[in-house]
Design a protein around this ligand. Structure first.
Ligand code: AMP
Ligand code: GLY
Length: 428
């Protein structure tokens, strides 16, 4: 009888999203002693081993809310920015549902580059100098007199395609035309900023208003091909921790960047609750902000959450309920993950290719396979997205994590996948 009572006290959680990031969140929740049931909408083939997948898209806010009400969901955790920018947190809040993530207003830090830049300027947070333009002619004139390269950022969500770093004035003019005259991503402004150099890193923090709790640091590899060449992608691999970021760098990033921004959002009347992701760069002039995201990073989450030793449900609850934060502990182990992507990604790619070898890796304690874009065809796991799998190894150091992950990658057999072998080149 007692078991039944304990079970009854445990929580039902809904995770919104269906990529590798959500798989890692589901995986972390499945280690919680406080969670009895996990739903994931829409989830994917890999997630279905740990959660009940619900056939709802992350943008079907009304239906997701009804699902949470009908199934007595105790907590909803939101993965993708699209749901947040649509105001899923506000809608769930109106219905009295507990949900982890920022309000629509606070999510503007990601959905509008101009808002993020203005906030940084106002609160003296280090970032590249910039000017925002609505008018195509004025933007072109500005770029004509700017040194190259220059960074052009569409002021809105653009599925990772809104940042372009043209090499020539002619190319810049063409990009500005697409963004401001042809409304390629919709009617919007363009932020034009100075080009910075240095290693980039990701500092994700759990944030409750002015309270900011850092996660373990990670680095993503954004370019499609080895040697950091080729087009920008959602990310081709990641690792944690980062030996090239010192304790002083971390202290600076927290005190001069993450905490002032969180406090700034409170002062602006849109306090942030959720994960604030700082995309930072260690430039020769100090650490500066490249971008903010209002959610867990992908693929960073897949290397960071496996290192979390604390109960993630307790962390989410503390932020949602505004109760004291438990101690957040991180394992000393290192993690490194390789993204296996469909040939052709980030351009055109085909789907539906069978993936073999996954079962044999299931019981390997040093390897986690997070599904980014997979589905079932009959009972076979097949590719269903651009980025398909994130294969994460863990070990006593980054070299060991690297070797374990690469060995596992070699055991996965699929006719239409490619990956970068040089993840972690900076530290190995
Ligand atoms: P974002 O979508 O804002 O993350 O930008 C995509 C990528 O463009 C970043 O990860 C950087 O590699 C690059 N980038 C963005 N802003 C700058 C900048 N001011 N200087 C140099 N590179 C940048
Ligand atoms: N990996 C970068 C991002 O999540 O935006």
């Amino acid at each position: 009888m007692q078991t039944v009572d304990v079970q009854a006290a445990k929580a039902k959680v809904l995770v919104v999203g269906g990529g590798g990031r959500c798989h890692a969140i589901v995986d972390a929740l499945s280690r919680s002693r406080l969670v009895s049931k996990i739903y994931c909408a829409p989830g994917n083939a890999g997630i279905s081993a740990q959660a009940e997948c619900v056939p709802l898209k992350d943008t079907q806010i009304g239906e997701l809310k009804q699902f949470a009400l009908d199934n007595s969901v105790d907590l909803t955790v939101v993965g993708p920015e699209a749901s947040l920018a649509l105001g899923i947190v506000d809608e769930f809040g109106k219905a009295g549902l507990r949900i982890f993530g920022p309000s629509k207003a606070a999510a503007t830090i990601e959905s509008s580059k101009d808002f993020a830049k203005r906030l940084m300027k106002k609160y003296d947070v280090p970032t590249a100098a910039y000017v925002t333009f609505e008018d195509y002619g004025k933007a072109v004139e500005y770029v004509r007199h700017h040194s190259m390269p220059v960074v052009l950022k569409y002021d809105g969500l653009a599925a990772g395609k809104g940042v372009v770093i043209p090499d020539s004035f002619t190319e810049a003019e063409a990009v500005l035309r697409e963004m401001l005259l042809d409304d390629m991503f919709g009617k919007g402004k363009v932020v034009i900023e100075d080009f910075l150099t240095g290693p980039e890193f990701s500092l994700m923090c759990f944030v409750d208003g002015e309270k900011v709790y850092p996660m373990a640091l990670s680095q993503d590899h954004k370019r499609a091909y080895e040697g950091d060449k080729g087009p920008n992608t959602g990310g081709m691999g990641a690792y944690s921790p980062l030996p090239f970021i010192s304790d002083e760098d971390m202290e600076y990033s927290m005190e001069k960047i993450m905490k002032p921004v969180a406090a700034g959002l409170v002062k602006e009347g849109c306090p942030f609750k959720g994960v604030l992701y700082g995309g930072l760069m260690k430039t020769p002039d100090g650490i500066k902000v490249i971008e903010f995201n209002c959610r867990f990073g992908d693929p960073e989450t897949e290397v960071v959450l496996p290192r979390l030793e604390s109960d993630i449900y307790e962390i989410f609850s503390s932020i949602v309920d505004g109760t004291p934060m438990p101690e957040i502990r991180w394992s000393d182990k290192a993690t490194m993950g390789f993204v296996m992507a469909s040939k052709g990604y980030p351009g055109h790619y085909d789907k539906g290719f069978g993936i073999r070898g996954l079962d044999a890796l299931e019981n390997n304690p040093d390897v986690r396979i997070y599904h980014m874009g997979t589905a079932f065809a009959d009972r076979t796991v097949v590719t269903s997205g651009g980025r398909v799998l994130m294969v994460v190894g863990s070990g006593k150091d980054l070299q060991e994590a690297h070797d374990k992950a690469l060995k596992a990658v070699g055991q996965i057999d699929c006719d239409n996948l490619f990956y970068r072998r040089d993840i972690g080149w900076r530290v190995l």
